[in-house]
Design a binder for this molecule. Sequence first.
Ligand code: NAP
Length: 255
Amino acid sequence: MSENKLRITADLGGQVAIVTGAARGLGREIAETLASCGALVCCVDINEETMSDTVKSITDGGGKADAFACDVTDSARVNEVVDEVVKKHGGLNILVNNAGITRDGLMMRMKDDQFDSVVAINLKGTFLFMRAAAKPLIKARRGRIINIASVSGQIGNAGQANYSASKAGVIGITRTVSKELAGRNITVNAVAPGFIATEMTAKLAPEIIEGIEKETPLGRLGTPRDVADTVLFLASDAADFITGQIITVDGGLTV
Ligand code: NAP
């Protein structure tokens, strides 16, 4: 667990969180960070094997975590997971929609399934989990939804017609749902990371990474911790009056 790495802290004791795509990358860091602050973190991922590593790392460090295998595009399974979380752990307070994929290619060569799969996981998966989680979050009388968008959804990125459309959709749905749930004391925000060093960006050629570093005013790729700390802030009481916002974490790339 990331306790020794914490740069900010918050008291999430007694709160139950769901983090999707928690097996690796940003999702794993977010899950470990929320658990370090006392939340019981329900890790959701399509990849059961690597997800159990996240759960083990949290519980080995003294935190509380559980695992739920789920493809975020499977509507029935999403509803089932939220029901299971509530039954097993007594409620739900925080939802982090992080599961996401890229299947890059120039628009003129992009296949239908390349477009559909990215929109299904990144955007529809976010919708399905928000819809399923709304009831228990309302019941808890205080809720947090944090969606992971991307700067690609804000400024576009050649080769990512599918991905930028999905992330622009995440930004739109975040703003809409924030208006629908504000009266129930549920805040809904998104974090839009720039380029962060994870397996997703490890697929990029070294010269592309070098170019990104040069274009980024702070001169480096972000770390999963940079994103997880922002999620922690939004999940904490310190962000009580913030909703419908997109917080960009990109080292100045989009300025
Ligand atoms: P990652 O390392 O590829 O991890 C994504 C996780 O999501 C993996 O564990 C993956 O499982 C899981 N997943 C994929 N499809 C799923 C599905 N249908 N249902 C459930 N889980 C699924 O990605 P990352 O870099 O941590 O990115 C996390 C989020 O941040 C994504 O939404 C991404 O778009 C966003 N983001 C990332 C960056 C960046 O630079 N890294 C920048 C902006 C935004 P498998 O292991 O089986 O694939």
